[in-house]
Design a protein around this ligand. Structure first.
Ligand SMILES: [Zn+2]
Ligand SMILES: [Zn+2]
Length: 83
């Protein structure tokens, strides 16, 4: 199964999550081009932290990388998962 970017028709590679890697709201997903647009933030600790995506209640076997809404990351620019 392929999930498309919320902004274009490219394959989604990132999902919008909060500080604890919980998928945010509508579960917006983005391709590599759009992942960090609109002031979304990238955490240096979890470049390989794969998040399983659910379609309703069903796991759809897609794993995406995290992208964070502006202001989510802490003063060190990291999520809850510090190395
Ligand atoms: Zn896109
Ligand atoms: Zn992180």
């Amino acid at each position: 199964m392929m999930i498309k970017c919320s902004r274009c028709n490219n394959k989604a590679e990132y999902v919008l999550v909060d500080y604890r890697h919980e998928i945010v709201d509508e579960g917006e997903v983005f391709c590599g081009h759009h992942a960090f647009d609109e002031n979304r933030e990238k955490c240096p600790c979890c470049y390989d932290y794969w998040i399983e995506v659910y379609d309703g209640d069903t796991k759809c076997d897609v794993k995406l990388l995290p992208t964070y809404p502006q202001g989510t990351l802490d003063s060190e620019g990291c999520c809850s998962e510090h190395p």
